[in-house]
Design a protein around this ligand. Sequence first.
Ligand SMILES: Cc1cc2nc3c(=O)[nH]c(=O)nc-3n(C[C@H](O)[C@H](O)[C@H](O)COP(=O)(O)OP(=O)(O)OC[C@H]3O[C@@H](n4cnc5c(N)ncnc54)[C@H](O)[C@@H]3O)c2cc1C
Length: 321
Amino acid sequence: MSVLVYAEIAEGTLKNTSLEAIYYGSKVAEQTSQSLLVLAIGKAENTALEIAGNYGASKVLHANSSNLEVANIVAYSDVLTQAAEKFDSKIIITAKSSLADAVTARTAGALQAGVVGNVTELPDLSNGFTVTRSIFTGKAFAQTSINSDVKILGLKKNAISPEVSDVKATIESFNAEISEGAMNAKVVDTIKATGVVPLPEADLVVSGGRGLKGPEHWQPLLDLADALGASTACSKPVSDLDWRPHHEHVGQTGVKIAPNLYIACGISGAIQHLAGVNSSKVIVVINTDPEAPFFKAADYGIVGDAFEVLPKLTAAVKALN
Ligand SMILES: Cc1cc2nc3c(=O)[nH]c(=O)nc-3n(C[C@H](O)[C@H](O)[C@H](O)COP(=O)(O)OP(=O)(O)OC[C@H]3O[C@@H](n4cnc5c(N)ncnc54)[C@H](O)[C@@H]3O)c2cc1C
């Protein structure tokens, strides 16, 4: 028996969230006295996959063929299902993502598995198999017991802090039969926004609210984002007013993010905004109002005018580079 981690490849490398899932999988394997296998699907060089070893995997199964180069939910689910069957994996782990959610949903159907997403801790095995998951946009936790033979866990981003070694994993190719229907819908072209890390993947985010007073005042925020290599986000009113594009709107009704660093400039910290950003590891708030609710959720707070603070932060970051 083995614990199987499905690791996503993006741009030829393992996604950071998948590396967290691999580390989490190694701990579950230890807990349950099983071996750990990692399944990576898509195009990547062996050198890019060996890094899985740093996070506790000794072996990576690599499934790669022309019809797996572009993410395909049916085909990826076929591969994951067959790997789980072949290696008798009763615990399957992924990092939570829109692709992994879709792939594991199909896999769960094929394997009659119970699926739990947004998992934040190692399972409790003292009385069956119980996992803790984040619910209500991070405001509460639920204990969920999984009774099915096969269990699929989707790990929440930033829920654990991996310890990294310099061990390299060995890579073994894995071939699966892809269902005929898998290629009925085919991605023929992908046009990417250039120079921008998609918000759900971003490690660093600089975000602006109505306190920046208008779209013409965004440059100091963009300068800081540029110096940090960060993605940019905004509050809902800002996108409603068309100061910034709608895809930057974070919060309860926008994109939910969990970067390592979230810098909020001129944002009050309404509960609906916090719902989308409160899983960030470190929150920095810049606001003129010392009573702004966001300060209660902040790790670091700067009471000050964003237009004075932002250029100073940018200069400090540039001085470090
Ligand atoms: C159903 C529902 C869903 C919602 N979903 C979302 C959501 O997903 N995301 C979201 O963001 N909101 C959402 N909202 C709106 C939310 O309630 C708040 O109204 C919104 O987040 C406020 O945006 P803001 O902080 O940019 O603006 P404001 O509330 O106007 O706050 C501006 C802040 O800037 C500060 N400020 C002013 N000048 C400066 C300066 N020069 N330097 C620094 N600070 C300054 C002020 O002190 C103030 O705290 C939702 C509301 C509802 C009812």
